[in-house]
Design a protein around this ligand. Structure first.
Ligand SMILES: *Cc1c(COP(=O)(O)O)cnc(C)c1O
Length: 355
């Protein structure tokens, strides 16, 4: 990584960080003093700028608003025991961001703009990283098309930004999940593997229906047969059956390749559990539950890390779990937090120092 990236930095006259308490601050509501903004104009990336967090001025004809070329990422920065800021596996998010960009016919963001821009932004706004346990600074890189033209075609112009949001513990009570067998999120050949904005808008109707019936989220099924489980909301899913942890495989391109998913696979293997990435059918889950072999079900994602699933509703039944007796999911959650907050050594090289 080159540190030579030339960023034009305009600092705020006075930081807002002293105006509020960062303790138990709600997720995604407050933003730090600065943001990174880089324009892509007719085939070229312009001068990156770090400037005071501020509204954007955009044309009503802005292409992204009409045809949805818009992608994003979600990353977290933590302060270690000595207060030094470190970011959890950001290079993985950079690679995934450009996979999303490619699928949406958007230009790749150069590595130095993404990584060095993020590093300098987090370094400048390091006072915004909450120091309390289970708190973090949520990093939101995103890009959208900015042509001012109502015509369906890829834009010539784009805007890449990074904004930072201090966040308290994203505590999620054990969740009740509705297995969605009517609506689908993604199908082979589609954009399911991309963190593309439209995927989330498209999921809201089914999720709202499930909420009306008392569930927190839906568990999506595969789009072809509604036979194999996929993922939940913004989380990948794991099922522990017997002494094997099973998570849906990625090869069909219908689910997000989660960084938390990858990390959990590594930690599960270290805990000497067998891990299988493969298609997992609802039949197999029901059969395992009925013979008492389905031990734990949980979601993984940057926002909540590990979310326990206490009820799974499908085919007129409700599978329920005694989450307080679980062994692995709480252990994984603790371990990930300890690595991120510096209480455990970072043996995998997951934490990138901000400097
Ligand atoms: C972001 C996301 C995940 C989790 O990915 P992480 O890299 O672990 O945060 C899973 N599924 C979907 C649909 C997502 O958008």
């Amino acid at each position: 990584m080159t540190a030579a990236l030339d960023i034009l930095v305009t600092r705020v006259a006075q930081s807002r960080v002293g105006e509020m308490s960062l303790e138990n601050i709600p997720f995604g509501k407050h933003y730090s003093d600065h943001m990174l903004e880089v324009d892509y104009v007719d085939g070229q990336w312009m001068q990156p700028q770090i400037k005071p967090y501020q509204p954007l001025s955009l044309a009503p004809s802005l292409a992204a608003l009409h045809y949805g070329q818009a992608i994003f990422e979600g990353i977290k920065a933590y302060a270690d025991a000595n207060g030094n800021p470190r970011i959890f596996r950001p290079l993985e998010n950079f690679y995934r961001f450009n996979l999303s960009a490619e699928r949406m016919q958007m230009p790749p963001v150069p590595e130095d703009i993404f990584m060095e821009g993020m590093r300098q932004l987090v370094s400048l706004d390091r006072a915004w990283i909450p120091r309390h346990k289970d708190h973090s600074l949520y990093i939101r890189p995103f890009m959208f098309s900015t042509d001012e033209l109502i015509g369906v075609r890829p834009s010539d112009n784009y805007k890449f930004l990074i904004i930072l949001s201090p966040s308290g513990p994203y505590y999620v009570a054990p969740m009740r999940i509705h297995v969605e067998e009517q609506y689908i999120r993604a199908a082979p050949g589609g954009v399911g593997y991309a963190k593309a904005a439209g995927n989330y808008g498209a999921a809201m109707y089914a999720t709202a229906q499930a909420r009306k019936h008392g569930y927190d989220q839906v568990l999506w099924m595969d789009g072809l047969e509604r036979k194999y489980v996929q993922e939940c909301g913004t989380m990948n899913v794991f099922f522990i059956i017997g002494d094997t942890a099973i998570t849906p495989s990625l090869e069909q391109g219908t689910i997000l390749n989660g960084v938390t998913r990858q990390s959990v696979i590594t930690l599960l293997k270290e805990a000497h559990l067998r891990v299988e990435e493969r298609p997992l059918s609802l039949e197999e889950i029901l059969e395992a539950y009925d013979r008492g072999a389905l031990k734990e079900v949980f979601g993984t994602g940057t926002a909540a890390t590990i979310s326990l699933i206490k009820a799974l509703a499908c085919r007129g039944r409700e599978l329920t779990f005694a989450v307080d007796q679980w062994q692995y999911a709480p252990l994984l959650k603790q371990k990930l937090m300890d690595i991120r907050e510096g209480r455990l050594p970072d043996v995998h090289g997951w934490m990138m120092p901000v400097g």
